[in-house]
Design a protein around this ligand. Structure first.
Ligand code: TPP
Length: 367
């Protein structure tokens, strides 16, 4: 397993990957820390907002911040990312405004953002399906000639995020077959957070997940997913490989989902507090803070300023969430097809007639 910073915040040398972090400045490193703290704060706010009835559901990213900031910060703007529903950290690195993430969980938006603005696709709830979308998109990238040209402004990698549970899905296995068959420029990132809701990853696979690609001819590497530096270095190297046209790769980020699967889940029913305690001692933010403080890259003033910024961001996200207007119910039909469709027109008309049948206008408006 690739690790560059231990759980105690000690830097360990890595002959293969040290060169990939050599040009990171102290400011870059402080930036990784800041990203992780801000994302954790937004995430906590998401959980609190759900508990207060402001969101229908929230999928916490608690514990997976290093995986997401490390991978996200290693991308180029022209790379294209297909996330699941928990990639709040990756979204942050791509410039998707944090408050926008909440729209879908509040039920006022079907997607939340325009994928073409940040090359960051909308969240996918159907487990694993986005890996097939990623491979299809990557085959398009290939046919457009945007792989292996040597031009950094042109060469593109496509990233597909999925979970340990998703690795058991047919879609993911088909995506691995297709990407290998066509040598498509895809980097698969399996976030092994140990649990697929209540199903442990150990029950789903007899070999480590980074080896899941071997049978498809896709090399894999297991990385300490709680080590932001290792995640950044391995992803950077892997994206270069993929963009060069050398074919797909698989990274297994070995991490832990410290919170509930979603706010609808009670993890105390299936996992022990001893397990959670053991992983909390490997917390990605604590570890990186120790590293930065020990080597003099961060001081108290910096740490306090990040905490203050996080509080301000959380307040902004909360206000934006509560202020989100309810959509006109008829907009649910607007994006079903790109062109007008008679069945959709019929359904839209039916809903309008149904809503008009209420004598109480507030009920008709869906309030
Ligand atoms: C096709 C499909 N089957 C089942 C579900 C219900 N479901 C939602 S999340 C989940 C577990 C996913 O686990 P994993 O892939 O490890 O991702 P994680 O949530 O742990 O990040 C399941 C089975 C679904 N959304 N889609």
């Amino acid at each position: 397993m690739v690790q560059m910073i231990t759980a105690d915040g000690e830097r360990v040398e890595n002959a293969e990957y040290d060169k990939l972090v050599a040009d990171l400045t102290d400011e870059d490193l402080r930036g990784f820390y800041r990203d992780m703290v801000l994302v954790r704060r937004v995430d906590n706010e998401g959980t609190a907002l759900q508990r207060q009835g402001q969101l229908g559901l929230w999928a916490p990213v608690l514990g997976q911040e290093a995986t997401q900031i490390g991978t996200g910060r290693a991308t180029h703007p022209n790379d294209y990312i297909f996330p699941t529903y928990r990639e709040h950290g990756v979204a942050f690195t791509r410039g998707v405004p944090p408050e926008t993430l909440l729209g879908m969980f509040r039920g006022v938006s079907h997607g939340g953002w325009d994928p073409t603005e940040n090359n960051f696709h909308t969240y996918t709830i159907v487990i694993g399906s986005q890996t097939l979308h990623a491979v299809g998109y990557a085959m398009g990238v290939q046919r457009d000639g945007n792989v292996g040209t040597g031009d950094p402004d042109r060469d593109t990698a496509v990233m597909a995020f999925f979970g340990d549970g998703a690795s058991s899905q047919g879609d993911v296995n088909e995506a691995l077959v297709f990407s290998a068959s066509y040598n498509a420029p895809v980097l698969f990132i399996c976030q092994n957070n140990q649990w697929a809701i209540s199903e442990p990853s150990t029950r789903q696979t007899r070999i480590p997940l980074y080896r899941r690609g071997e049978g498809f001819g896709i090399p894999g590497v297991r990385v300490d997913g709680n080590d932001v530096l290792a995640m950044y270095a391995v992803t950077k190297a892997s994206l270069d490989h993929v963009r060069s046209g050398a074919g797909p790769l698989l990274i297994e980020a070995f991490t832990y989902r410290m919170g509930a699967h979603t706010t609808a889940d009670d993890p105390t029913k299936y996992r022990s507090s001893a397990e959670v305690d053991a992983w909390s001692r490997r917390d990605p933010i604590d570890r990186f803070r120790k590293y930065l403080v020990n080597n003099g890259t961060a001081d108290e003033a910096f740490l306090t300023s990040v905490d203050d910024e996080a509080d301000q961001l959380a307040a902004r996200v909360r206000a934006a969430c509560i202020g989100m207007p309810d959509p006109d119910p008829s907009t649910m039909f607007d994006h079903a097809y790109a062109n007008p469709h008679p069945l959709v027109d019929e359904e839209r008309a039916w809903l309008a007639e149904y809503n008009a049948s209420f004598t109480d206008a507030s009920v008709a408006g869906g309030e």
